[in-house]
Design a protein around this ligand. Structure first.
Ligand SMILES: [Zn+2]
Length: 308
């Protein structure tokens, strides 16, 4: 589905819900045709002829944002410089995913591959996992793409992943925030190089810009005239901070990550797939590191944490 924001700026929404394995794209239909992200699914891109796209900008290397890259056969592809190596090196991709922690957090060797645990709709052309992509350049903070009437600014917004970029159309007041997505479940920061403090700073950067229109990867379009975008962004961070306080409250006695996970602070863990459980534990680990850094908790031995 195509949603016109202005004459040139359009949101490409997936035919199904814009949740994994799909995400929204932002399409700039200008002298140079530019697309942001490639996860809306083959059917959604059909009406705009993906082969006619000149530039494809990628917010970050998560499957639901990159699975349709092969549709854009003639586009120059630009990705965040911080995670560019993960598009050509399977080793870099796997290190970036954080699976070196699997054995410790899950208590067993990792045997399953993520792609074996999910089935893909037919308009998603690849399976999750490493994808060899020929990129034509990298994104740096404040890079500008002048495509005719529209200027697009790249904003390095790390936290969700360390090479995550948002895109701002200053004249139009439109900001595409990628996976700083205002999900009611709160932010995701479970990758090896995900960082919650960075994520907070990235959200603050968006609040400072105070966009008129906020387009996220997985939700509807937010409009400052109707939605309190600043409060929505603050609440989004607040959800994670609340989880952190719950973790802290549990540490009146020494506990391990495993003990904390059983309290379902990140959601009902028993109903989740092995991967979702792993990501919950990665996020608990990140909160523990943060609480430790702020000297609110200490580690008593390798595995136990307690209030300082
Ligand atoms: Zn993501």
């Amino acid at each position: 589905m195509i949603l016109d924001l202005t004459r040139e700026v359009k949101v490409i929404r997936p035919e199904a819900k814009s949740v994994f394995p799909y995400s929204n794209s932002l399409f700039i239909d200008d002298d140079v045709r530019l697309m942001i992200d490639a996860g809306a699914g083959g059917r959604a891109y059909e009406p705009i002829d993906p082969e006619s796209i000149d530039i494809l900008l990628v917010t970050h290397n998560h499957f639901d944002h990159v699975n349709g890259i092969s549709f854009f056969t003639n586009a120059q592809i630009k990705v965040g410089k911080e995670e560019a190596l993960g598009y050509s090196s399977p080793e870099a991709y796997s290190a970036w995913a954080g699976f070196r922690h699997w054995e410790k957090l899950m208590g067993r060797t990792k045997v399953e591959r993520f792609y074996q645990t999910v089935t893909m709709p037919e308009d998603v052309p690849v399976k999750p996992g490493f994808q060899d992509v020929k990129i034509s350049g990298v994104l740096n903070n404040n890079d500008v793409f002048d495509v005719g009437k529209t200027k697009i600014y790249a904003l390095h917004t790390p936290g969700h992943s360390h090479g995550h970029y948002a895109f701002y159309l200053e004249k139009e007041g439109i900001l595409f925030s990628g996976d700083l997505d205002l999900s009611p479940r709160g932010p995701w920061y479970a990758g090896e190089f995900s960082n919650f403090d960075d994520l907070v700073q990235s959200v603050e950067k968006i609040i400072e810009i105070d966009p008129r229109i906020l387009v996220t990867s997985h939700r509807r379009v937010f409009d400052r005239d109707k939605d309190d975008i600043v409060k929505l962004l603050q609440d989004f961070i607040g959800i994670a901070l609340e989880k952190e306080e719950k973790i802290y409250d549990l540490l009146t006695e020494p506990r391990t990550i495993e003990d904390i996970a059983k309290h379902n602070i990140m959601g009902d863990i028993s109903s989740k797939s092995a991967y979702a459980q792993f990501w919950d534990k990665m996020m608990i680990m990140k909160h523990l590191q943060r609480l430790e850094k702020h000297k609110r908790i200490t580690r008593i031995d390798e595995d136990y944490y307690v209030q300082a």
